[in-house]
Design a protein around this ligand. Structure first.
Ligand SMILES: Nc1ncnc2c1ncn2[C@@H]1O[C@H](COP(=O)(O)OP(=O)(O)OP(=O)(O)O)[C@@H](O)[C@H]1O
Ligand SMILES: [Mg+2]
Length: 330
């Protein structure tokens, strides 16, 4: 479990203060995959550096499995850092070392006996599906394979936390999905807690259980995927389930409703039930239905007849667990 409480980081740029993190609090339960998304300059990299104490936070605390990393001795911090594995956009492998030698490196650094290194490296290469590339050099590997080496190397200390900073940003879509599948599989096998910093919504959709939106050093929205996707007033719903392009204008001037809903409701005949019960036409202007994780989600833009009883229809939909925003008549 990762617990971050009221984390602040203020940098000095010349004579002025730059507040990079402004009171960030976050809890990721053991075995969960949490995404952090945000625009450039939002504070994502600062958060990663403060989580690992590579950068000293100005104030606030970071704890892994209840053990605080802030305010501990240098020796304790070195040990605590071993509980956190790091994966970056580029694996930064040693060109002169083979796959197995790259993975062995962190173990050599702490003086692990040779036979223990050999068995640990073999186990990790098996885990990330690279056993047959043990003797290959980085120049002989694809980008996705190099990233697998990086992941194996991050796991050498049996960490409780895997911290991934833009792990798939340099990969093509197919390789991205393979790496994300691997992260999910590792979580399932090792019950490791994963924090993924990303600017790609696809990553959040593909693997995250929960997500936080970072803006201006603050978490402005956070929650499980199911909750944020159906929160019509939040910013994440429309980025996770965007409507394709500009919704086409319909004939007439009826009110427009945006519907966000999940799971069971997505398979129920929402449109026909409104049409039947309220004796009105329902025109679908745009829609997107996606499977995220185990759940199906829908984002629909509907136009009703100009004389439709909007309040009654909104009440009906809301009481069926559907989040509705009235966009007004166009
Ligand atoms: N070492 C530093 N000294 C001074 N200011 C810094 C330092 N590191 C970051 N900042 C400032 O803190 C803010 C957050 O930067 P950060 O690198 O965390 O953003 P980011 O979300 O990672 O952006 P990107 O997506 O572009 O990587 C920015 O305004 C940046 O200028
Ligand atoms: Mg960054």
């Amino acid at each position: 479990m990762i617990t971050v409480s009221d984390l602040r980081k203020v940098y000095q740029q010349g004579s002025k203060d730059v507040v990079a993190l402004d009171g960030v609090s976050l809890e990721v339960p053991t075995g969960k995959i949490h995404g952090i998304v945000g625009h450039s300059g939002a504070g994502k990299s600062t958060l990663v550096r403060c989580l690992t104490l590579l950068d000293q936070p100005t104030s606030g605390t970071v704890a892994v499995n209840g053990k605080e990393l802030t305010n501990v001795s240098a020796a304790e911090l070195r040990n605590a850092r071993r509980r956190i594995g790091m994966v970056f956009q580029h694996a930064n492998l040693f060109d002169s070392r083979t796959t197995e030698q790259n993975v062995a490196y962190p173990l050599e650094l702490v003086g692990t006996p040779k036979d223990q290194i050999a068995s640990k490296v073999a186990e990790l290469l098996e885990l990330v599906g690279l056993s047959q590339f043990a003797k290959a050099y980085p120049s002989q590997l694809s980008g996705g394979q190099r990233q697998r080496v990086g992941i194996a190397r991050a796991l050498t200390t049996d960490p409780d936390i895997l911290l991934c900073d833009e792990p798939t940003s340099a990969l093509d879509p197919k390789t991205t999905d393979e790496i994300l599948d691997l992260v999910k599989e590792l979580r399932n096998r090792l019950n490791i807690t994963v924090l993924i910093i990303t600017h790609e919504m696809h990553v959040v959709k593909q693997v995250c259980d929960s997500v936080s939106l970072l803006a201006g050093g603050k978490i402005v929205e956070t929650g499980e995927i199911e909750t944020v996707v159906t929160n019509a007033s939040g910013r994440l719903a429309s980025t996770l389930l965007p409507l394709p392009g500009d919704a086409p204008r319909a004939e007439g001037s009826g009110p427009i409703l945006d519907l966000l809903y999940t799971g069971q409701q997505a398979t129920e005949p929402v449109i026909s039930s409104v049409a039947r019960q309220f004796n009105t036409d329902v025109n679908v202007l745009a829609g997107s239905v996606e499977q995220l994780g185990e759940q199906q989600y829908a984002h629909l833009r509907l136009q009703l007849n100009a004389d439709a009883d909007v309040d009654a229809i909104v009440n009906h939909l809301t009481s069926n667990g559907i989040a509705v925003t009235v966009k007004g008549a166009k």
